[in-house]
Structures are given as structure tokens and as C-alpha cells.
Design a protein around this ligand. Structure first.
Ligand SMILES: [Zn+2]
Length: 280
């Protein structure tokens, strides 16, 4: 393939941020912090390795995902607790905030709702930043490990990928069949996972997560949420996933409720204001 004469000049064009986010509604992190300070723990779910667990968090409550026994990555799905068609939109959250999420950033919901479902209020791995390989933590670039890709690439029949773990957990939580639950499983927030794209080939890479027991990611629930978290069979994702070979550890989800009146002035966000006439 012949390069055009002005190839270098074309490559040298400065990038433009697709979605300047200065006009995004800003969460009142100070109010959230005050509410969190007086909050009381009201429940927990311990997610076993290579399994997933479901949990519910009311609007105005907090949930924390913690590493408890060893480095472990978690795949998180969120739904509106009253309407599963509103669910976390990984791609749009990426477009609005970047490839990895941290404190002050939000998990946005699917069309036509497009509103914040949860706001990250604490991230003990916030110090990590972006490493020399272009890797960072808590990505919204990966999908979730799944048995279909494993079958495509290796002809395998592995049943404890995050996709299957989330499907079983949702089916059990709702009392529905796997067939009914599976279409609701969606691309995740990769909690504690350290990932990026290689500069030379642009391929998705993972590396050993910097997470250690005691680290956590905490969220404020902007709407009533149903969540499911899978303790990925990749463990810390230092080598491989989609098999039983990696060392895996549990994850802990805890839910906290603020004192009555602690969120004075806060309102659960309304759904997106676009009129949905689509030009007709
Ligand atoms: Zn996984």
C-alpha cells in the first residue's frame, strides 16, 4: 500500500475530544460524603470465586465492592430495579468519561433513559493513574468474559465465565429461567481490572491487577438498583481467563444506608429529556 504524500501531515492533525464533559451534571460529592459519614451498613453479599452474586441498593444508598482475600477482578452489571430494560451502558460511559472510571465519574444507563445510575464516591486505586503501558484500572472497554468467545477461539465449553455467572445470578434473583435472564446481561464495569490497548497493534490487553485485600470501589446509587457482580475466573487477570487455572478469590459487596434527612436537597435523576420524536 502506497502512502499519500501528505500522510505525515494528516497523521499530525490534533485530536478533538468527542464529548467535552464540562456540561455534564456535576454530582454533589460533598453532600454524598456527608451522607456516607453517618451511614449504617444494612447488608452484604459475599461473592464466591468463579460465581456471581446479586444485590439490591435503594436510591440514595451506597454500595462498596471490596477485595477481601487476594487480588481479584469483578465484573459488574447494574439494572434499574423496577425495569430491567434500563441498564448500564458501558460504551456511552466510556465516551463520556474515558476508558476507565474513578471517583466522581458515573455509570450511565442505556437509551432512552441515559441518566446516572451510580456515582463512584471512593476508589482506593485512584492513585494508579495510567501506567507506562497505557494500562489503568476499572475499565469500560472490555466486555465480560463469556463462553461464546471461548468456543469461537478454542472450541471450549466453559461454564464459569462472568457472562454465565451473571446469567445464573440474575436468574436466581428473579426466579426466571437462564434463557429469560441471559439477554439482560450486558457489558460490564470491570472492577479492579487493569487493562489498556497496545500501542503497536491496538489490541485489548490485561495485566495483573494492582488490587490488594482492603482495596475498594464505592458507589452512590442514584436510582433503585439491582446489581450483579461476578468474581472473574481470571482472578487478578495476570495470565488467562475463561478457565479454572487462575487463582481466584471472593469479593465482598456491602450496602450502606444514610441517616434520614442526610440527603436534603438531593433528588434521584429523571430520565433523559430528549423528546424521542426522531424527526417525525
Ligand atoms: Zn470475567
Amino acid at each position: 500500500m502506497q502512502e499519500p504524500k501528505d500522510a505525515e501531515a494528516r497523521r499530525a492533525v490534533e485530536p478533538v475530544i468527542c464529548y467535552p464533559n464540562e456540561t455534564l451534571p456535576v454530582p454533589d460529592l460533598e453532600l454524598y460524603a456527608k451522607a456516607r459519614a453517618g451511614a449504617e451498613k444494612i447488608g452484604e453479599v459475599r461473592v464466591a470465586p468463579r460465581e456471581a452474586g446479586a444485590f439490591r441498593v435503594g436510591a440514595g444508598q451506597f454500595f462498596r465492592i471490596s477485595s477481601v482475600e487476594g487480588p481479584q477482578v469483578g465484573d459488574l452489571n447494574l439494572w434499574n430495579a423496577h425495569d430491567l430494560s434500563e441498564r448500564f451502558y458501558s460504551g456511552k460511559s466510556r465516551a463520556l468519561h474515558g476508558t476507565h472510571l474513578t471517583e466522581g465519574e458515573r455509570m450511565w444507563s442505556s437509551f432512552p433513559y441515559l441518566r446516572p445510575m451510580a456515582t463512584i464516591t471512593a476508589d482506593t486505586l485512584g492513585w494508579y493513574g495510567i501506567d507506562g503501558f497505557g494500562g489503568s484500572v476499572h475499565d469500560v472497554i472490555g466486555t465480560r468474559c463469556d463462553p461464546y468467545t471461548g468456543n469461537l477461539l478454542a472450541g471450549s465449553q466453559y461454564h464459569h465465565c462472568c457472562h454465565s455467572n451473571l446469567t445464573r445470578a440474575l436468574a436466581d434473583e428473579l426466579g426466571v429461567s437462564l434463557e429469560e435472564a441471559e439477554p439482560h446481561v450486558h457489558d460490564v464495569l470491570n472492577v479492579f481490572m487493569c487493562t489498556g490497548f497496545t500501542r503497536d497493534t491496538g489490541q485489548y490487553f490485561m495485566k495483573a491487577s494492582p488490587v490488594r485485600p482492603g482495596d475498594y470501589l464505592e458507589f452512590f446509587a442514584e436510582i433503585d438498583l439491582l446489581g450483579a457482580l461476578s468474581a472473574c475466573p481470571g482472578g487478578d487477570c495476570s495470565a488467562e481467563h475463561s478457565s479454572d487455572t487462575a487463582a481466584c478469590h471472593p469479593l465482598l459487596v456491602e450496602v450502606f444506608a444514610p441517616e434520614a434527612g442526610a440527603l436534603e436537597g438531593w433528588e434521584s435523576p429523571t430520565v433523559n429529556g430528549y423528546d424521542r420524536s426522531h424527526g417525525r
